[in-house]
Design a protein around this ligand. Sequence first.
Ligand code: NAP
Length: 262
Amino acid sequence: MNQFGLLGFPLSHSFSVDYFTKKFEREGIKEAEYVDFPLSDIDIFPELIQTHPDLLGLNVTIPYKQAVMKFLNALDEEAAGIGAVNVIRVDRSNNGTPYLKGYNTDVIGFRESIRPLIKDLVERIQANKQINNGLKSLVLGTGGASKAICYALGQLNIDYLLVSRTAGGEGAISYGDLTPDLYDSHRIIVNTTPAGMSPDNAGCPLSDFSHIGSGHLLYDLIYNPLETVFLRKGREQGALVKNGIEMLHLQAEASWTIWTTR
Ligand code: NAP
């Protein structure tokens, strides 16, 4: 039985087990199982690999996206550029000796899910005869997901400005520094903070939406709830909006391709 799984701690809300178990059933994938590996100490990781000889692939979540990197034999270019890994491929083709390579599929998930909306946004801006001197974005939050989002925006040639509760770090401005001019020049706003994520459903990273309009695109990485306060308020202002569910599915499918493409 080929084994795949999720590494993290604690693992109370595993989207991945549900997603892959249903995928295996739906697509008639036999001899495969997907399980949670809640490790309270990342130093047990090498032992996990040794004691699970059928384990061929892992997703990695909080808090090990960076801590697991020291145990890997190689990193792909995107994971190295971001400095975080959310997928590990375990290659045992060399007499069973495990060779571990790290990837970051959050980049793929975000980039491919926002791409069609960027086209829509540009069409809207042009239709409204609004200024379009190159798309710029505000990225709310400076955590692990933010790094993958900034990397993907770079690939899409979209400038970004980080917004943080603590100005200064990593070149970020604070929420209090946001002005009408900044909203006018930055038409894409990406929420990479957990503000608004269940059970904090009333949370929202922004307090003032009055400078957001139909020439904006609001993207929230959160997928539970499907419509956060951030997205609802953006929608009410006429903005294009997108939640994190497609990104979640795309990054999971990208993991499967990495594990199963020889
Ligand atoms: P994280 O590291 O815990 O937090 C991200 C950043 O958000 C923090 O560094 C912080 O930045 C800011 N922040 C934290 N709490 C906040 C609050 N109450 N109000 C405002 N800002 C706050 O989390 P993460 O791993 O980057 O993940 C962030 C979100 O993205 C989570 O909701 C996660 O579920 C989601 N996510 C979704 C996908 C997907 O596929 N859709 C993939 C990855 C992550 P500052 O200190 O600079 O303010």
